[in-house]
Write a protein that binds this ligand. Structure first.
Ligand code: NAD
Length: 313
């Protein structure tokens, strides 16, 4: 069995990816790391504190654990990054470099690092964004993602480190809450609809963004990591998407299940970030090179989110 390290393992994606990896590879083979370890986490499998901006700790942890596979998810998300650009750069770029260096030094077999639709910018075509296109983001989060994609390419070309990744759209999930991104409204709305019957979205009703539901998000990471290396032309920056909808359409879809739900729209500073991102992506390279195929569209995701949250809340 391969030994696996996950960084940022207690965040929105990390918590569900770690569970999926533990099911596949056995709990003891997957070490979950994060800046803090939640109390409940250690019962599910090995868990450690690891701040990815601390280069010496990253080196020491990787030398001790000798991972074959690394999933590097530690990051500051878009809205949080904009509040403190200096520390966002430290975590998202210097942290990535620390992890790439440590993975190279222990000769890890493979590494996964997700980029984002934030790597695109206002000059990028907004509809069906091609795999290879203009990338001039205007947010610090997006700039760090472009730098990260280039850095991963460099480690692949220069050191042969097999680092792979996708450009995730907004991720919707019912498990761990989102960590301060621009698409958080698409998760918050479900909790609010069930708990209070009303929600005020921080974007306009006609704000359209590409999205993906968590099972597809996890599937994208694990499927790409299992793909034969020789088939991959776009190693670390595959466009992936599952659906695109406006905030108004999402509210209407929820209303089909909860007729009394009331949604208002009061755009704040996050609207400007959303306006700089594409509305839909062309993910044909991922489909062709490693068989990407999402399972959830807007109606299927909405039904599953409401059923899962209703049972839990
Ligand atoms: P999240 O904010 O929920 O989780 C990130 C985790 O990293 C958090 O638990 C945080 O505590 C941890 N972290 C922050 N600084 C750290 C540090 N210095 N050392 C160690 N850990 C640190 O984010 P997520 O949604 O799980 O995102 C994971 C990855 O996916 C990120 O690279 C993100 O940019 C990317 N992504 C996410 C989305 C989305 O909608 N969630 C979309 C596109 C890309």
């Amino acid at each position: 069995m391969p030994r696996i390290i996950v960084t940022g393992a207690f965040g929105q994606i990390g918590s569900e990816l770690t569970s999926a990896l533990r099911e596949q590879y056995g709990p003891d083979n997957v070490v979950a790391t994060g800046r803090h370890v939640p109390e409940a986490a250690s019962s599910a499998g090995p868990a450690e504190v690891l701040d990815v901006t601390d280069a010496a700790s990253v080196q020491e942890t990787f030398r001790r654990l000798e991972p074959d596979i690394v999933y590097h998810l530690a990051a500051r998300l878009s809205a949080v990054a904009e509040q403190d650009p200096e520390s966002a750069w430290q975590v998202n770029v210097e942290g990535l470099r620390n992890v790439l260096r440590a993975a190279r030094d222990v000769a890890a077999e493979r590494m996964f690092w997700p980029s984002s639709i934030a790597a695109f910018g206002p000059d990028t075509p907004r509809i069906a964004v091609p795999q290879d296109t203009i990338m001039r983001p205007t947010t610090i989060y997006g700039i760090a993602k472009v730098a990260g994609e280039l850095l991963c390419n460099y480690y692949l070309a220069r050191y042969g480190l097999d680092v792979r990744g996708v450009r995730y759209p907004g991720v919707i999930s019912s498990g761990s809450p989102p960590g301060g991104g621009t698409t958080d409204y698409a998760v918050e709305i479900f909790y609010a609809a069930l708990q209070r019957g009303k929600y005020t979205a921080f974007v306009r009703a006609d704000c359209v963004l590409p999205m993906i539901y968590m099972p597809d998000c996890i599937n994208a990471a694990t499927k790409l990591m299992q793909a034969p290396r020789e088939r991959l032309l776009h190693h670390n920056s595959f466009n992936v998407t599952a659906m695109s909808f406006s905030a108004g359409e999402l509210a209407r879809e929820i209303k089909r299940h909860l007729p009394n739900f009331v949604c208002k729209f009061a755009p704040d500073e996050r609207q400007a970030i959303a306006d700089s991102w594409p509305q839909s992506l062309d993910d044909s390279a991922a489909r062709k090179e490693w068989g990407w195929q999402p399972s959830y569209d807007l109606p299927a995701m909405t039904e599953d989110m409401l059923a899962t949250l209703r049972a839990r809340l």
